[in-house]
Design a protein around this ligand. Structure first.
Ligand code: FRU
Length: 591
């Protein structure tokens, strides 16, 4: 795939093929990243819906007739809950971040451009965090800033030292702490750095010197406005420039004025020089950067009279950048001083990740003259347009990330709420279970009235039997409380009568009991089981044993007689069942 302007750039700027390919590569990477982000977002939206669906499923509440909660459904929900928790947990894996400190000696349009590129470069390594500090041309401030960056726990330091010697101790301190240091664009006098990256400042000065010779046709007077004293680009550009001029005896440097890279200082210095050298004639001013050259130009214009040629260095793209100044003939020439912040980040990440890297990197650069300024400007505008598109994509990706974070928080909140609901759900479930168990107990105890010591339901004890009948309709009876349907109460009274009538019948079957009740065997089983939690056969046996218990207490009959009287065919089996029910053998009850 080729981006629309690739053809244009490759054909019009064959030298910049590499840059163009790099740009396209970045677009591709960013595009890929956006797709990943969208997929992640989709994943979260999917989870949100999932949570929503779970939320919509009503919790089943148990009913009072004993038809309990839909247990498979409950199990299903618990499984869903844990599946959801696992999925969410898997979504939130954080990455290790590399914290890179960037110590800029100054703050100007050249640095702004570079910082923007550093940020953009960092964006392509999503495990990188940048911390910027600008020293505004102050050695003292830069030393403090480096120390505090190091103190803040950065993993790597990128530094453009204000001057060669003054910043070195702070850089050495960082390096000695084991922090990799990339020195860029300006040098130090120490060997304690991991990598150095810059354009060749000596070469820049030399090429500019050669240009000046040819521009002046080997004859003329030059005024040089230097960069900050003690900064390596100022020293090297001067050396290169002077070395080139040595070759042309007709071109001489009238004076090298001390500047500090800023326009106001250049203006002031030039103004003073002009008023002190009223008769001097300058053919060309070489400002060591474009801003310096423009400061000197301002002083010459104010001075009135003639205007020499002005050459600078930096050749920035964009509004009022060096390239435009050359195209508009405000400057005669400039030299592109590459910023390449993205390249710096790539180098930093390679160092941090233990990948191979170049210790010394010299960046390519080029002279800007009236001949190529127009084309270079078009190219740079195109690159800037692409940069803006990258910015837009970046912004878009940031928004995605932001939304993703918000969704993650919402998901966790939802998960918390679901967890809470599950707890409430389980508590309600347990409560209902307990309630039903109590109801069953009450039904059995009150309606069925099987507790032997409480109510002897025998023909011999009609009063108590009557009292039980009364209890069936009594206001105090739990079985006829609002939540216990009257039908259940009636059903159970009727069932009790049927069972009692058949107690002595050892051959009685569930079918017989069901027939007595006017129900099918299955119907009887279901109803009894639902209300009492026991089967009809179990209740029948319990009733037999209870009657036996009462007979043991209230009659002189032998254990065998009682066994037969309550429908057991084998006294020994009766004794076994009795022991199971009451923990004592029948004989012990009488003692
Ligand atoms: C930016 C700058 C550039 C100059 C460079 C020298 O801060 O002043 O204009 O070319 O630094 O280091």
């Amino acid at each position: 795939m080729c981006f629309p302007n690739e053809y244009f750039m490759m054909n019009y700027f064959p030298n910049d093929k590499k840059n163009c390919t790099k740009h396209n590569e970045r677009f591709r990477k960013l595009h890929k990243k956006l797709i990943i982000l969208q997929t992640k977002q989709f994943h979260h939206i999917y989870l949100n819906n999932f949570i929503h669906i779970i939320g919509l499923v009503q919790m089943d509440s148990p009913n009072t007739t004993g038809e309990l909660m839909n247990e498979p459904n409950m199990r299903h929900k618990i499984i869903l809950f844990f599946a959801l928790a696992a999925m969410l947990a898997s979504c939130s894996g954080g990455k290790v971040k590399y914290r890179i400190g960037v110590s800029q000696c100054s703050d100007d349009i050249w640095r702004d451009k570079q910082n923007a590129e550093l940020r953009m470069g960092a964006y392509f390594h999503d495990n990188v965090e940048l911390k910027f500090a600008a020293a505004y041309d102050s050695d003292e401030r830069q030393v403090q800033q480096i120390d505090s960056l190091v103190g803040s726990g950065i993993d790597l330091l990128i530094v453009a030292p204000n001057q060669v010697s003054t910043i070195s101790p702070a850089i050495d301190r960082a390096y000695d702490k084991g922090i990799p240091v990339i020195v860029f664009e300006r040098k130090t006098n120490s060997q304690k750095y991991t990598a150095f990256i810059s354009a060749d400042n000596y070469e820049m000065g030399r090429v500019m010197g050669e240009y000046v010779i040819s521009r002046l046709h080997g004859q003329g007077q030059v005024l040089e406005i230097m960069g900050l004293k003690g900064s390596s680009p100022a020293i090297e550009r001067h050396n290169g420039f002077m070395d080139a001029l040595k070759k042309a005896t007709g071109v001489s440097v009238m004076e090298s004025l001390q500047g500090d890279w800023t326009e106001p200082t250049a203006y002031e210095t030039t103004r003073k020089w002009l008023s002190a050298n009223k008769d001097a004639h300058v053919d060309l001013v070489f400002g060591m950067n474009d801003r310096t050259a423009m400061g000197a130009r301002k002083a010459f214009l104010e001075n009135g009279g003639y205007t020499p040629l002005f050459c600078g260095i930096d050749g920035l793209p964009g509004e009022n950048g060096g390239i435009q100044l050359v195209r508009d003939s405000l400057l005669d020439a400039s030299y592109i001083y590459p910023t390449h912040g993205d390249q710096l980040i790539d180098l930093a990440v390679n160092i941090l990740e233990g990948k191979p890297y170049e210790k010394e990197t010299m960046m390519m650069s080029a002279l800007v003259t009236r001949d190529n300024a127009k084309v270079l400007l078009m190219q740079s505008e195109e690159l800037m347009r692409q940069g803006k598109r990258l910015d837009l994509l970046h912004e878009k990706a940031d928004n995605y990330l932001h939304e993703l974070d918000t969704q993650r928080v919402i998901n966790w909140l939802a998960l918390g709420i679901i967890a809470l609901l599950m707890v409430v759900f389980v508590l309600v479930y347990l409560y209902q279970m307990r309630k039903i168990a109590l109801q069953r107990e009450r039904v059995v105890n009150t309606l069925w009235n099987l507790k032997p010591e409480e109510v002897p339901v025998t023909a011999e004890n009609p009063e108590t039997a009557e009292s039980v009948e009364t209890s069936k309709t009594s206001k105090d009876s739990p079985v006829i409380e609002e939540d216990e349907p009257a039908a259940v109460s009636l059903f159970f009274s009727r069932f009790k009568e049927v069972v009692e009538a058949r107690l002595e019948d050892s051959d009685v079957s569930v079918e017989d009991l069901a027939a007595d009740m006017g129900l099918s065997r299955v119907q009887l089983y279901r109803k009894v089981k639902a209300v009492a939690g026991s089967s009809p056969v179990e209740l029948l046996r319990t009733a037999r044993l209870n009657r036996a218990y009462q007979l043991l207490l209230t009659t002189d009959k032998s254990v065998s007689e009682i066994a037969y009287a309550v429908g057991f065919t084998s006294p020994s089996y009766f004794t076994k069942c009795f022991k199971e029910e009451y923990g004592q053998v029948p004989g012990e009850i009488r003692k």
